[in-house]
Design a protein around this ligand. Structure first.
Ligand SMILES: [Zn+2]
Length: 264
């Protein structure tokens, strides 16, 4: 288990470093808030979420998967599915689940209170992919745990899924703009930075599109895919109107309190 944590941390740091260097050298947009302020807060948000998750589910998702497979629980174990079939099926099903979970976080007002902490970031870069309210992280963890138990997800599939989800979140929040032809080609398969920035636009119809974190297929299948925003990428207004780019709106405590604020 310890090796697994080290491997995941190494992969996370590698993807993060690559994307951070790319956006430092070729930024798609300029931030209105100092990098150090946003980065500190976004990292602290990630640490808060990880701590809460560790306290509530100390064994983690991989631990749950070990237990489920030891006990031979869940659909894949009951039906004696082959490992390769289980891994592929579970990866696809988990990804569809995360797509719908994200969509629900946008459409259910009580969940949007949590998720808007992520969208309140006035600038979108690699660290935005780490910025989720700890309660959202916890809810997502419980949803995934439920899926792992009912499906009987193999341990290796859980590890692959967690690594990919993390890597994709860092990748598609990066403040870079791929060459048009590359972006168009890739958008048939994955959610590119440009597509994900449409999801971070202040326009409601644009925010409520491109929910996918990894592949763009679910948005295409479930009718939420938006290939172009109203404005060109460089002029998109990102974030939320209620949270303009101020230092105060970039403080950890402000973010943690957002879900509990009275809506005027
Ligand atoms: Zn969202």
């Amino acid at each position: 288990m310890a090796d697994n944590t080290a491997l995941r941390l190494t992969l996370f740091l590698s993807v993060f470093a690559i994307m951070a260097i790319a956006e430092y050298c070729f930024p798609a947009r300029l931030a209105k808030i100092q990098r150090s302020i946003r980065w500190r807060t976004n990292f602290l948000m990630m640490i808060s979420g990880a701590l809460l998750a560790k306290i509530v589910v100390p064994i983690g998702l991989v631990g749950i998967a070990f237990w489920v497979n030891e006990q031979q629980l869940g659909l894949m174990n009951i039906t004696n599915a082959t490992t390769i079939f289980s891994v592929i099926t579970c990866l696809l099903l988990l990804d569809i689940l995360i797509y719908w979970q994200h969509r629900l976080f946008h459409t259910m007002p009580i969940l949007w209170r949590l998720h808007k902490v992520h969208h309140a970031d006035s600038h979108v870069d690699t660290t935005s992919g780490l910025r989720f309210h700890p309660v959202e992280i916890l809810l997502s963890l419980l949803v995934k745990a439920f899926a792992i138990i009912t499906l009987g997800v193999p341990v290796i599939a859980v590890i692959i899924f967690e690594v990919l989800l993390n890597a994709f979140a860092i990748f598609n929040h990066a403040n870079i703009r791929l060459p048009k032809a590359v972006d168009t080609f890739l958008s048939y398969i994955i959610i590119t930075q440009r597509l994900h920035r449409i999801h971070h636009s202040q326009r409601v119809n644009e925010t409520n599109s491109n929910y996918g974190f990894s592949v763009s297929w679910w948005d295409r299948i479930f009718g939420s895919f938006l290939s172009e925003a109203n404005q060109p990428d460089e002029n998109l207004t990102l974030g939320l109107k209620a949270y303009p780019a101020t230092e105060n709106n970039s403080r950890l405590l402000t973010l943690l309190k957002i879900p509990f604020k009275k809506i005027k």
